[in-house]
Design a protein around this ligand. Structure first.
Ligand code: AMP
Length: 544
């Protein structure tokens, strides 16, 4: 017998309509791409989204088709986030930091005929030339006064496009399983793969992220997502903000520590989210300020994900700003929140050092995400915090296939997705990433965790960034090479670094050498680019 409750579809449209009705006067503040601070409200944004939908309909956009964006975190990008999916179409958020060939591949693969582009990225599109010949309309996200001279054809101005339109749109009744947002993930090999979120998966991830043990977003918050809206929906925060009515602060294209600090201070941000390099930029900037007491700022939580949060980073942020760091893990395929680290009630009386041992873990899965670790044959491994193996996840906001790749089967027999991460699970449910499966170092048959080594090395006061890769070794198969980017003005020696590691890691984990570089290569999503490091050091041999 079926229950007798209403079956309302889980739609992004319902978030937009709720925001229009209940949060119309709540603020959305953007560091505008054109310069200056732009202030608006959810009320205005939802009206402008309706205008945008009317304009897109006239441009011929129909249900099930893709529109692409190449844009920063701004109010106009938020309007696209609402208008396009709620029309029944799909917003493909392109990461502008990808290589030109990857961008043209994504635009072609998604069959986008319309692209919305921020001023910053117009030159990139110009360089793509014929490779994006199938794109029929390019909308530059600015007003007439700021429109650039461009060699691009069929260019429209965003503000002119929507200006004359009606601010009412008859949003269609959609099936909650319809596609809403497409986000490509760039693996190290092959073409980018499209992860296609549905309205339902987006809603469920948004509900989950607002719970207190997850991001805990509420109307009382001022949320500042620095993680880009072109990468996994800025970890779902635009939707969480619109659902809860929290004030939303957006950094635009100004990716400087100075802008992060100013926005946090001037707008009273309580929660901010980003990858570790963002927080290093913020800490670097505040270290240059004369005022050295930032503890009175209202910031309560920095959410760190995308790469491992080292203990030194967690400690630095927490002491500088008198706040809590929330370590989170996820990936494009998990929408992205797969685990969030919050301490349990039983941890309240632990010492700071004991608490830190827990905080560096990637966290516990929220309700709705299931995890297991398996060996290479697929056998489950114990949840004892010691055994490590391939991390497998399943849940209502985890991908089951890639866009237009029906023959690529990505789930195991139980419906779990192989994350490509190697992890432990402990008896309290905390997951710890040991490595990406392709990055683990196998020395004499035993594994060395590059992440653990990097985390310890980052604690050395002269180190800005650290990366460990495996180098072939005649006796041990592979041994770790530690690559250090020193802080500005610092020139640590190999002995400084190895002396610091001594006693903090197992003796046999000690890197066989330490080398220094001037610039650390990063991926388009801000992670250390180990593939490039392996290329740079491909002819390297350890000293005798
Ligand atoms: P992406 O799909 O680009 O968001 O990348 C996802 C990958 O980033 C994951 O599979 C992990 O390898 C890595 N990652 C994300 N969060 C963390 C974290 N907190 N600690 C370590 N690695 C992480």
């Amino acid at each position: 017998m079926l229950g007798l409750m209403q079956d309302r579809p889980l739609l992004i449209t319902s978030i937009m309509e709720y925001a229009a009705l209940y949060h119309s006067d709540c603020k959305v503040v953007t560091k505008a791409v054109e310069g200056g601070i732009h202030r608006t409200t959810y009320g205005e944004i939802t009206q402008r989204s309706a205008k945008l939908a009317n304009a897109l309909a006239k441009l011929g956009l129909t249900s099930g088709n893709c529109v692409s964006s190449m844009a920063w975190n701004t109010y106009r990008h938020l309007e696209l986030y609402l208008a396009v999916p709620c029309m029944g179409s799909i917003l493909n958020t392109v990461n502008p930091r990808l290589f030109p060939e990857q961008i043209s591949y994504i635009l072609a693969h998604s069959e986008s005929k319309i692209i919305f582009v921020d001023l910053t990225f117009v030159p990139q599109l110009e360089k793509l030339g014929d490779k994006i010949a199938k794109v029929e309309t390019i909308v530059i996200m600015t007003d007439r006064a700021n429109m650039p001279d461009t060699s691009l054809d069929n260019v429209l101005c965003y503000e002119e496009l929507i200006d004359a339109e009606d601010d009412h749109y008859d949003w269609p009744d959609l099936d909650e399983n319809m596609a809403a947002i497409l986000c490509y993930t760039s693996g190290t090999t092959g073409d980018p793969k499209g992860v296609l979120y549905s309205h339902r998966s987006t809603l469920l991830q948004t509900y989950s992220s607002c719970t207190k043990d997850s991001l805990g977003v509420s109307k009382a918050d001022v949320i500042f997502p620095i993680v880009p809206m072109f990468h996994v929906n800025a970890w779902g925060t635009p939707f969480a903000a619109a659902m809860t009515g929290s004030k939303l602060v957006l950094p635009g294209g100004d990716m400087t520590g100075e802008n992060f600090y100013n926005m946090i201070k001037q707008e009273g941000c309580t929660i901010s989210l980003g990858v570790p390099t963002i927080w290093l930029a913020l800490l670097q900037y505040v270290s240059t300020l004369e005022d050295d007491d930032f503890t009175s700022l209202p910031i309560e939580n920095f959410v760190v994900g995308g790469s491992a949060a080292a203990p030194s980073l967690i400690e630095n942020l927490e002491t500088t700003f008198d706040c809590s760091v929330v370590h989170a893990w996820g990936m494009t395929e998990t929408s992205p929140l797969g685990s969030v680290n919050r301490l349990l009630a039983k941890h309240a009386d632990l010492s700071d050092a004991e608490k830190m041992e827990i905080k560096v873990k990637q966290g516990r899965p929220p309700f709705g995400i299931e995890m297991k670790i398996v060996d290479d044959e697929g056998n489950q491994l114990p949840r004892d915090g010691i055994a490590f193996g391939r991390l497998m996840v399943r849940g209502s906001w985890v991908a089951k296939a890639y866009f237009k790749q029906p023959d690529l089967h990505i789930l195991d027999d139980e419906g779990y997705f192989d994350t490509g991460d190697v992890s432990t699970l402990d008896p309290d449910g905390y997951m710890t990433i040991v490595d990406r499966s392709k990055d683990v170092i196998k020395s004499g048959g035993e594994w060395i965790s590059s992440i653990d080594l990097e985390n310890v090395a980052l604690g050395q006061a002269q180190v800005a960034e650290a990366a460990v890769i495996g180098i072939a070794h005649p006796k041990w198969q592979e041994r770790p090479l530690l690559i250090i980017l020193p802080k500005p003005g610092e020139s640590p020696t190999k002995d400084d670094i190895l002396g610091y590691l001594d006693g903090k890691i197992a003796k046999w984990w000690t890197p066989d050498d330490v080398v220094f570089i001037d610039e650390m290569p990063h991926t388009a999503t801000g992670k250390t680019q180990k593939r490039d490091l392996r290329e740079i050091f491909k002819n390297y041999t350890f000293p005798e």
